[in-house]
Structure formats: C-alpha cells, structure tokens
Design a binder for this molecule. Structure first.
Ligand SMILES: O=P(O)(O)OC[C@H]1O[C@](O)(CO)[C@@H](O)[C@@H]1O
Length: 459
C-alpha cells in the first residue's frame, strides 16, 4: 500500500500565526513525547513512522509549501503540484507519479489522507485495514469514517446502507448508501442514529481505478504529461469527481480520538499548556490561552474564554467561540508574510518603511541553520547590507569567496550575485533598500552549494 498525504490550504483561520506562506499544519503548537514543540504535520509524520507507514508515504502539495515540508519533515518524498487546483487534480497527479515514476503496480492500493488529522495511534492501524478491505471487497473505494461524538453541523456524513454490515478478517464494514454535507443539528442527530460517520477525508483505492478514470476522461497517465497539462485539469474536489460517482463504496468506522484543529477554539483545547511564549496570564483569568511569537511579553488580565495570539503578522484577541469568524474578518486585509520558514532556516521582518518618493527600507533577521545555504542570487530592485550577528559562514559576492563571522558587515549592490552558507548556526540582520522589496525579486542562479562553489574564486 502507498499513502498520499494531502497538504493543502494556506488558511487564515489561525491568523496571525498562519499566513499565506505558513498554513495551520506547520504551526509548532503541540508537544511531542520528548517535550519539544511540534507541528500537526510533524505529529502525523511521527505517528506514521511508529505505525511503520512512513516508508510508503508521499506528501502531495503545492510549490509554495515545499520548503516548509522539507524544513519540518526532512527527506519526506514530495509530489509537487505545479499550481493549486483542488483535490481531484492533486490526487490525479499523485496517481500518475506513483504509476509512471515510482512504478507502482496497478493492483496496489493507494490511500489518501489529510496531512493534519489530530488522532491517536489507532487511526493508523485502521488505515492499515483499508488495504485488505479494498482487495477483498473489490469495492471502487474504501473509506474510513469517524464515529461521531456529537451532532456536528461542520462535517460531511457518510451514511451506510441499512443491513449491509459485513466483515473482512477482523474489520467490520458497511456498503455506503449516500453522503450528506454539513447537515443541521436535527438532521445530524437522525443521521447518527442511523450509524452515519463523519467523513474525515481518508479514501483507499486500487491504483488502476484512478488510472482508468484518467484514461476514460482523456487525461494523461504519464506524470510528465500530466504536469504539462495540469493547468487544464478541472478544479474540482475528489469527493465530487470520484467519491460521489463511484459505484461500490465501503466504509469502516474508526471510533478513536479524532479532532479537526482548524480554529483557535479547537486548537487550544488540544494544547498541553495555556501559554506559549513570553508573558503572564493572571490567575483570575479562566479558560484563557496566550500564544506569543513576539520577543516582548504579553500580559493577560482577568479575561475568560479568550485566546490572545501574536506574531510578526499581527495580534488577535478573541473570545473563543467567536474565533472561527477570523477568516471572514480578514477577507480584505492584504499583507506580505512577516515570518517564513525556508529550506535553509527562517527569517523575520523586523521593520518596514515606505518613503513618499517610493523608496522602501526593510529590515530582516535571517537565521541560517548550520550546513545550509541560501541560493546564489541577485536582486534587480534592491541593494542589501548584512551585519553578521552570530556564527560563522562562507560568503560569495560576484564569484569572490571569503569566510565571514560575527561583526562582519557585507554590502551587496543591486545586481550583485551573492550567497551565504552557515558553517555554524548563523544569524544576520539584513537591511534592504530599493523599490518593491518582495521575495519575488530573488533571481536564483544556483541552489546547491557545490554548484555555487564551482563559480567561486578566493579573495
Ligand atoms: O532564494 P533563497 O535561497 O530562498 O534565499 C532568499 C533569501 O535571500 C535573501 O535575498 C538574502 O538574504 C533574503 O532576503 C531572502 O529571504
């Protein structure tokens, strides 16, 4: 069996920690068994490893998230969508990748799951059961549904066919009768009485089912061709294009812990601590959480059922039940990301100023991890002055190589070709000066340090 984890959406529901480049699944707000902070993606990857499944897992995502996944999961294999289109195209691309690049047999089962379910280990054991279910029932698709714990109006429900209960080995399953999307509470209650399950986005199928679907629809089945034609794929969800049209669907129930940590109120319920970052919550505050990513302390006094979240992108103070409304509130607010994690480390914007005559100044703290480097690059619209704050590194400017250390000041003119590699963890303050100070003005010439060194000569 192969697993494909879908890593989608940028999502503003956990703003200001999530932004256009940092989706909720990458926020380090959970705690791992070693007592270190971990993100939802890291938690799932760790759990997959423990269940012996990470060897056969691939992460399907858009270009924008690749560096974040590499930085958080290391060498996890990634299938990159040329552009964001929806879950059917993403899964179709993954199927062609498995078929024509990895050489997976058409008889092998592929299981799709979201990259961020908050679940316990039993969830992954259940995923293992899906393989046998597909193979033994000859169903088009086998689904895993979560046994509901309350009549939620937020989720889709999978409704089983009455009297269709059967068993494969130790796995109980039903034939699926239909789906009901986000019912009202009364309908949800009736559905639950009818043994309906929450749809948690876990689907398993034999690879030939998907490949045949692509052939029938006239889509390519070779990965390279699919990449070329990706912009022509219909933007449609896998649920609409495949699941709801499949002839034989079976579902098995997972009755363990499952939670969607998509909003501040659900996320804070899962946090082991009521405070992350600098600050104080007064003892007279109840059910209140503080998540502070800034370097200054935040004091919360006498507030009940509140989340205070701060980051370089902004500050949120919300009553817990109102927190899901944040996405709507931010609809018309445009702002560049002020913090990003990259394959080489992270940066934070410390200050930004635009002068009347159009000149801009942007100051960043750049943190490069030992052994990593930024690309050999140039900028057309800005010059940069870097002050190395800590650590040691290697620096190249217009092919001239030199070692650098804390205290050195480096001046990079507009158009200057430059790169830096950290020998030890390296931090520098970068002052950019020019017009349009955006990440898009990074013209990358080479990425790998070995290639960059081939260009260099010692000063
Ligand atoms: O192209 P890369 O390797 O991601 O490097 C980009 C980084 O390099 C710089 O241009 C120079 O430090 C930063 O402003 C930017 O974040």
């Amino acid at each position: 069996m192969k697993l494909v984890l879908l890593s989608g959406g940028s999502g503003k529901r956990l703003w200001p920690l999530s932004n256009d480049s940092r989706s909720k699944q990458f926020l380090k707000v959970l705690v791992n068994p070693e007592n270190e902070m971990e993100s939802m993606v890291q938690r799932v990857w760790r759990q997959l490893g423990a269940a012996g499944l990470s060897e056969s897992a691939y992460v399907a995502t858009s270009k924008a998230q690749v560096e974040m996944i590499q930085s958080q999961l290391g060498s996890a294999p990634i299938i990159v969508e040329p552009e964001r289109r929806d879950t059917f195209p993403a899964i179709a691309l993954a199927a062609t990748y498995l078929y024509s690049i990895v050489g997976v047999s058409l008889n092998e089962v592929v299981t799709i799951l979201p990259v961020d379910p908050y679940v316990d280990e039993a969830f992954f054991n259940k995923i293992n059961e899906l393989e046998q279910l597909v193979l033994s029932t000859n169903a088009d698709l086998a689904l895993m549904g979560v046994t509901p714990t309350y009549p939620s109006e937020k989720y889709g429900y999978i409704v089983p066919k009455n009297g269709s209960e059967a068993k494969v080995g130790a796995t109980d399953y039903h034939v699926v009768d239909r789906f009901t999307e986000k019912p009202d509470e009364e309908t949800a209650k009736a559905l639950i009485e009818n043994s309906a399950l929450w749809n948690c986005g876990v689907f398993a199928f034999k690879l030939d089912y998907m490949i045949n679907h692509l052939i029938n629809k006239g889509y390519p089945i070779q990965y390279e061709e699919m990449v070329k034609q990706y912009d022509k794929m219909t933007k449609i969800s896998f649920d609409y294009e495949i699941v709801e049209k499949a002839e034989k669907l079976v579902v098995t129930a997972y009755d363990g812990y499952w939670k969607d940590l998509g909003t501040w109120n659900t996320l804070t319920e899962q946090m082991d601590t009521d405070q992350i970052g600098k600050g104080l919550i007064s003892p007279c505050s109840t059910n209140t959480h503080l998540v502070n990513e800034l370097d200054i302390p935040v004091v919360v006094l006498g507030l009940d059922n509140v989340v205070v979240a701060t980051s370089p992108d902004g500050i949120l103070v919300t009553e817990k039940n109102a927190s899901p409304k944040i996405k709507d509130m931010l609809k018309n607010m445009e702002q560049r990301p002020m913090y990003e994690e990259r394959r080489w480390g992270s940066y934070r914007v410390l200050d930004y100023k635009k002068f009347a005559e159009g000149q801009e100044i942007l100051t960043k703290r750049m943190c490069i991890q030992a052994g990593k480097n930024i690309s050999y690059q140039l900028h057309l619209k800005r010059s940069e002055v870097w002050t190395i704050v800590s650590g040691e590194g290697e620096f190249i400017l217009d092919e001239n190589y030199r070692k650098v250390k804390a205290g050195d000041v480096l001046v990079i003119p507009v158009g200057g070709r430059h790169a830096i590699r950290a020998i030890t963890d390296l931090e520098y303050i970068e002052v950019q000066r020019g017009s349009e100070l955006v990440e898009e003005d990074n013209i990358r010439l080479y990425l790998e340090w070995s290639e960059i060194m081939e260009q260099s000569k010692p000063v």
